[in-house]
Write a protein that binds this ligand. Structure first.
Ligand code: B12
Ligand code: SF4
Length: 545
């Protein structure tokens, strides 16, 4: 590795630049800056969040900060790069649905124009981000550039190819790597790509484990001092991290790659102190636990239990949410979750064991339904049940879809229809996941396709909703948009009602009965029959057009 250009050991100043995205609390870069401050208190740090600066002002504001601070290191944080995972609260879903499935040509043409605009925004924001890095290199040729964040963790090699020379592109968690960079980058740690002064790119694998017990409660007065715009986030959900890593292997997911498979935990008391400070000092009432999964494995549920105990002891007036898996829930933990202010129950949901198995989600549907009943029994009142539904995933059939709708109706009966929000979600195909491999194998995606492509037809394919079920779901969604009164219903519920109507046709009901009988005889549909695609075509053939 060429380190000829490296900094003197004593870094005096760092400017963190959070690259623009939809306004969302920049928790990741705050943890990094807080950690560096605790380890090297003499280093002067500043944080500029470009998500809070009007687009036309961004270059000017960045230039001013670079010129006034003249930092030794400019450290960018890049959150989203390929954010095509639209859902009912994102305009892009409407565009895709209209383009693909609207029976009206006028709407299809309008959707095509909107799609061009969305793709242009996507391209332009990527180009602008590299432009900010080049600006730094031009104004401060001797500074070192660092880039980290979730987008970079997925597309690090690509970023390393495009960024200016002498840039470190940090993959995954950043605290210990950043420390080694401010210490002179002579003994670097963590995973990163390094583009040296002459443009050569090298890669280092992570060999060490960052101990999350070192991540003590964030020092918010310090954060405020280096990041005056911090207060603009006080009305939003604030992200709090409790652990990193996920050992599970759901077929569409790459969180386990971004964070690693090994689950590591912060100290519950430090997490509770962090939340207490947010609540008492700043009046924060909404916390989002930004873990890949807030509770997933048996061990992580024990950790959650300790966090909830710490929160209960502090009697804080907060609401919280996070991605949950419910298979290890116990009545006691459900009770504590409700008592500590769980605001919504957010989870992936499909009501068919076959789809759970084919996506290797690794739990039993009945276990999950029992957990819902525990919430009800332990005092659920009006907390929303947010179901992120991977509709039309590989293996979905008219029969599995009917089962899912039946289970959602059970949830309406349990919690009240108004409290259940089915999100019409599709699998976003992500690089290096089993689903991606499967779809390449099936010829759905070309081998060697570019996941950062600008080809709208490939981009559209990355949102996996193929025909014929895709058309059924798309048309149901569009009909729901037309016919539903948003004041009295929710788009996801209205869409499922229409799908149910379509799937109640006698030939489909008879077909699914026959399939169920065959499954009962052969044992298929049993939790042990894990399979990815078999059977997919059988039911697809009779989807109504
Ligand atoms: C929690 C979460 C959410 C929550 C956030 C809640 C909140 N209030 O914070 C919610 C549900 C709202 C959400 C929404 C969305 N999300 Co999201 N989200 C996540 C998740 C699970 C964790 C992100 C996080 O906060 N982690 C905790 C913090 C501490 O870690 P971190 O930010 O990664 O920072 C660490 C490192 O990245 C690094 N780092 C960060 N900055 C820097 C800077 C430097 C200099 C260095 C050295 C290191 C460094 O060090 C940090 C500490 O170790 C990730 C997946 C994942 N497992 O990472 C997806 C993820 C970030 N989300 C993603 C997407 C697409 C979205 C949405 C666009 C989805 C949608 N269509 O609506 C929206 C966009 C929101 C927005 N405004 O931008 C994608 C981005 C993919 C990409 N390549 O672009 C991810 C990666 C998931 C995925 N699909 O793979 N999300
Ligand atoms: S979907 Fe959740 S449980 Fe499954 S691998 Fe991803 S983070 Fe882990």
């Amino acid at each position: 590795m060429d380190k000829s250009n490296h900094l003197p050991t004593a870094t005096r100043s760092v400017l963190y630049v959070r690259l623009p995205c939809w306004k969302i609390y920049p928790g990741g870069v705050i943890y990094v800056a807080d950690y560096i401050h605790k380890q090297r208190p003499d280093i002067r740090q500043q944080l500029l969040d470009l998500a809070l600066v009007a687009p036309a002002e961004r270059r000017r504001v960045l230039t001013e900060q670079l010129e006034s601070l003249r930092p030794d290191i400019v450290a960018f944080s890049w959150r989203n790069m390929q954010s095509f995972g639209p859902h009912p609260e994102d305009d892009a879903l409407d565009v895709v649905m209209n383009f693909d499935h609207s029976p009206f040509w006028g709407r299809r043409i309008k959707a095509a124009k909107d799609a061009v605009r969305i793709i242009w925004d996507y391209v332009a924001s990527r180009l602008r981000n590299f432009g900010y890095m080049r600006l730094v290199r031009r104004l401060l040729p001797a500074s070192r550039i660092v880039v980290g964040g979730t987008a970079v963790s997925i597309f690090g090699k690509y970023v390393a190819e495009k960024c200016p020379p002498d840039t470190v592109v940090v993959i995954g968690e950043g605290e210990d790597t950043m420390l080694s960079i401010v210490d002179g980058f002579t003994e670097p740690v963590g995973e990163f790509y390094y583009k040296d002064g002459s443009g050569g790119v090298s890669h280092r694998q992570r060999n060490e484990t960052f101990d999350l017990r070192d991540l003590t409660a964030v020092d918010f007065p310090y954060v405020e001092a280096i990041f005056p715009s911090f207060r603009e986030y006080l009305g939003d959900d604030i992200g709090v991290h409790t652990k990193r890593g996920c050992p599970l292997q759901c077929h569409f997911c790459l969180y386990n790659k971004i964070e690693g498979a090994n689950q590591r935990y912060r100290e519950p008391v430090e997490i509770a102190r962090e939340i207490e400070a947010l609540n008492l000092r700043y009046g924060i009432r909404r916390i989002w636990f930004t873990d890949a999964q807030f509770c997933s494995t048996k061990r992580s549920v024990q950790h959650v239990d300790h966090i909830l105990d710490e929160l209960l002891a502090r009697k804080l007036d907060i609401g919280w949410s996070g991605y949950l898996r419910l298979n290890h829930l116990t009545p006691e933990i459900a009770r504590k979750m409700l008592d500590t202010g769980i605001a919504s129950i957010d989870l992936s949901f499909t009501g068919s064991q076959e789809i759970i198995d084919s996506l290797t989600l690794g739990y039993s549907l009945e276990q999950q339904m029992d957990a819902f009943r525990m919430f009800k029994a332990m005092g659920h009142s009006d907390q929303k049940i947010k179901l992120y539904m991977p509709l039309n995933a590989p293996g979905e059939t008219v029969c599995t879809l009917r089962k899912t709708i039946e289970k959602v109706k059970e949830l309406y009966a349990l919690f009240g229809r108004d409290n259940v929000l089915p999100f019409i979600f599709f699998i976003g195909v992500q690089p290096n996941t089993p689903v991606e491999k499967l779809l390449i194998g099936q010829g759905y995606l070309p081998a060697g396709y570019n996941p950062l492509t600008l080809n709208p037809f490939v981009i559209k394919k990355l949102l996996y909703n193929p025909k014929p079920l895709g058309r059924l779901i798309g048309r149901a969604y569009l009909e729901a948009v037309e016919s539903m009164d948003p004041a009295s219903d929710y788009i996801g519920r209205a869409t499922l009602d229409i799908i149910e109507r379509e799937l109640s046709k006698p030939e489909i009901v008879a077909h699914c009965r026959e399939v169920a009988m065959r499954e009962a005889v052969s044992g298929a549909g049993d939790i042990k029959s894990v399979s990815m695609v078999p059977g997919m075509k059988v039911c697809h053939t009779i989807v109504p057009d």
